[in-house]
Design a protein around this ligand. Structure first.
Ligand code: SF4
Ligand code: SF4
Length: 270
């Protein structure tokens, strides 16, 4: 359900919406198109999507990434992202779609929650003011013929997507900012790998933090250490802050004094 992809397929220009825009829509098991939108789609996954889905399936993040995702480079950013790997059947079905709906409905990804809306910040180069939404008006979708009316704000709350957006916010901001950096400024392979691990492979990232020299190289206060040890959301938020420093070298350096000195000496060739 990549908005850009779907709209190009349907050849319908996207309608821009804001939080207060209204639309009519209802999806339920009685619609003739039930589950059609779960086939032949392109769903980019967010970091919090992976946490929800891998926990639902009782898998590690490494296992989940290996079985259910496909790596891609996000257009105009040079950043490695993942999309949901579709089945090799005639309709290219989502691996979680069944005749009676989504097998992991309560933990479905952000893009599925938004549908029939798309969030524009990751799909469009220019993010306007607070971002904007688009209507994915696919011809096969009969949900628009139903009578229930929503504002975008009500829909986001109803679908639980506001929680996903809140947790992913700093990560989304990183991706949007990276998109505005000139193309010729490329990331090293090491930085790309770090971005991938910190964004998607939370179990590996946890090992990186607690089982390497990370905590001697970076200043992390004891309360944060306690929090990220036991809370995956706290760990995810911590990883986004660390990525911000890694990609943009912004804000206070999280490097410990000793590590910063070593780094300076290395640069000066001492
Ligand atoms: S195509 Fe539209 S109405 Fe049909 S199942 Fe998907 S979201 Fe619901
Ligand atoms: S995750 Fe669920 S809602 Fe999303 S495409 Fe797959 S079956 Fe459909």
């Amino acid at each position: 359900m990549d908005p850009t992809d779907n709209n190009s397929k349907a050849n319908i220009p996207p309608i821009q919406l804001d939080e207060n825009s209204r639309f009519k829509f209802k999806c339920h098991k009685g619609v003739s198109c039930f589950t059609q939108c779960c086939r032949g789609i392109n769903i980019m996954l967010t970091p919090y999507d992976i946490v929800r889905m891998k926990n639902r399936l009782q898998m590690s993040s490494e296992e989940f990434l290996a079985v259910y995702t496909k790596p891609e480079l996000l257009e105009k950013t040079d950043l490695p992202v993942v999309t949901l790997k579709l089945l090799d059947d005639e309709q290219e079905s989502c691996p979680f779609v069944r005749d009676d709906g989504c097998l992991i409905y309560e933990d479905r990804p952000t893009t599925c929650r938004y549908y029939p809306l798309g969030v524009a910040s990751l799909s469009y180069k220019e993010q306007q003011k607070d971002g904007f939404y688009i209507m994915i008006n696919e011809p096969h979708c009969r949900g628009f013929e139903e009578d229930q009316e929503w504002t975008v704000k009500e829909w986001r709350r109803d679908q639980g997507v506001d929680i996903h957006d809140d947790i992913n916010a700093e990560w989304t901001e990183l991706v949007v900012r990276k998109r505005s950096i000139p193309k010729n400024i490329r990331l090293t392979e090491k930085t790309k790998n770090m971005f991938f691990t910190a964004s998607y492979d939370i179990d590996r990232f946890k090992r990186f933090v607690f089982e390497s020299t990370f905590l001697t190289l970076y200043n992390v206060d004891p309360k944060t250490i306690e929090d990220i040890k036991k809370d995956e959301i706290a760990l995810l938020r911590f990883s986004f802050k660390w990525l911000k420093w890694l990609l943009f070298k912004e804000g206070e350096s999280p490097l410990s004094e000793e590590a910063a000195k070593l780094r300076r000496e290395n640069r000066e060739g001492k």
